[in-house]
Design a binder for this molecule. Structure first.
Ligand SMILES: Nc1ncnc2c1ncn2[C@@H]1O[C@H](COP(=O)(O)OP(=O)(O)OP(=O)(O)O)[C@@H](O)[C@H]1O
Length: 348
């Protein structure tokens, strides 16, 4: 299913929750709606689902395969949902939870009991919970419950899957495992999927494209690589990971910048390099305050030598850290590997 959102605005009283949203969702893709709390992600998802109305006064449109669904009931939109706390039916087994949507279909569309059993068995395999059919929800872990919720959503073969922070309540390790699993499953099924998340890593890892939303407006739409490496503005770069801010005069002091400007520069920790304190390309001098060795990269936190309230974060591979023999308390120089400025509205 292809979905188009055109000129969509949503007011709650005087408050503008969404402002002129335009978005094309390609058949079979996994699109992440990423933004801070209150940015309007859930409202947009709920409008696509039909849980929130498109105001009559609004000229906004939501098209499913070129057909306007604004006036279509939620039941007629062929949608499967999984929410963060989409509680399973407590008094029903895993099997009956998954079968629920199939059993409540009108008689003429309903599958036979045997067909339902075959289908549920297949879904249990798909979510890797074969053998769990007769358990009750309270006998499952949080991750297993969310997988059952996903199977229940998929049972009725929806054309679109809407996921609102489906792994939000789970711990970090389970979350990481489940999102990999979801990605593979989604690719295998080829079902158009919209995932709401405020977790940048989750969006970067699973999405084909990311829509970055802030205060009801779209800041950028792009592949994970695009939004991470070519953020279109300051909000996006800040939201997608740690970033250091430098003023132009700091950069001008080094030979890294030929033309003096008023710009400020936003540079990610891995785009900075620790060099010797006298290095001619160093933009600032700093003192090593804290070193975090656990993780795939070494994170070094430093403070400016001339202003110990200002912090700089540098990340580097372990081999580079070992070669440079950096110690807490060292006075060093910091050099940039990349410059990025937004002052003129365009990234460098
Ligand atoms: N029914 C409603 N009535 C009034 N205001 C609402 C209503 N639903 C949402 N809002 C407001 O609209 C804004 C966007 O809410 P929304 O739930 O879409 O944000 P979100 O990006 O999904 O946030 P979160 O990540 O916290 O769920 C918020 O400021 C919220 O308070």
């Amino acid at each position: 299913m292809k979905i188009e959102v055109k000129n969509l605005t949503k007011y709650f009283g005087n408050f503008t929750a969404l402002e002129n949203i335009n978005l094309d969702i390609v058949e079979g893709e996994l699109l992440a709606l990423l933004g801070p709390s209150g940015s309007g992600k859930t409202t947009l998802l709920r409008m696509i689902a039909g849980l929130e109305t498109v105001d009559d006064t609004d000229k906004g449109e939501i098209l499913f395969n070129n057909i306007d669904v604004a006036k279509k009931d939620i039941g007629d939109r062929d949608i499967g949902f999984v929410f963060q706390h989409y509680a399973l039916f407590k008094h029903m087994t895993v099997f009956e939870n998954i079968a629920f949507g199939l059993r409540v279909k009108p008689k003429k569309e309903r599958l036979s009991n045997k067909e339902i059993e075959e289908k549920v068995t297949k879904l249990l395999k798909l979510i890797q919970l074969d053998g769990f059919a007769s358990r009750f929800p309270w006998q499952l872990s949080g991750g297993q419950r969310q997988r059952v919720a996903l199977a229940r959503a998929l049972a009725v073969e929806p054309k679109v899957l809407l996921l609102d922070e489906p792994f939000g309540a789970l711990d970090a390790k389970v979350r990481t495992d489940l999102r990999r699993w979801l990605k593979e499953l989604q690719e295998e099924l080829g079902i158009t999927t919209i995932l709401v998340t405020h977790d940048q890593e989750e969006a970067l890892e699973v999405a084909n494209r990311i829509v970055v939303i802030n205060k009801g407006k779209i800041e950028q739409i792009g592949t994970p690589e695009e939004v991470f490496h070519n953020p279109s503005n300051e909000f996006v770069i800040n939201f997608l990971g740690n970033v250091n801010l430098f003023h132009a005069r700091e950069i001008e002091n080094s030979s890294a910048l030929e033309e003096p400007t008023d710009n400020k520069y936003l540079i990610r920790p891995h785009e900075l390099e620790i060099v010797s304190v006298n290095d001619k390309d160093a933009i600032i001098q700093a003192k090593v305050k804290y070193i975090q060795l656990a993780g795939s990269f070494v994170k070094v936190e430093l403070t400016y030598l001339n202003d110990d309230k200002r912090v700089v974060l540098v990340e580097m591979p372990h081999y580079e850290f070992n070669e440079k023999n950096i110690q807490k308390g060292d006075i060093v120089g910091i050099r940039t590997r990349k410059l990025r400025s937004f002052e003129d509205g365009a990234g460098i």
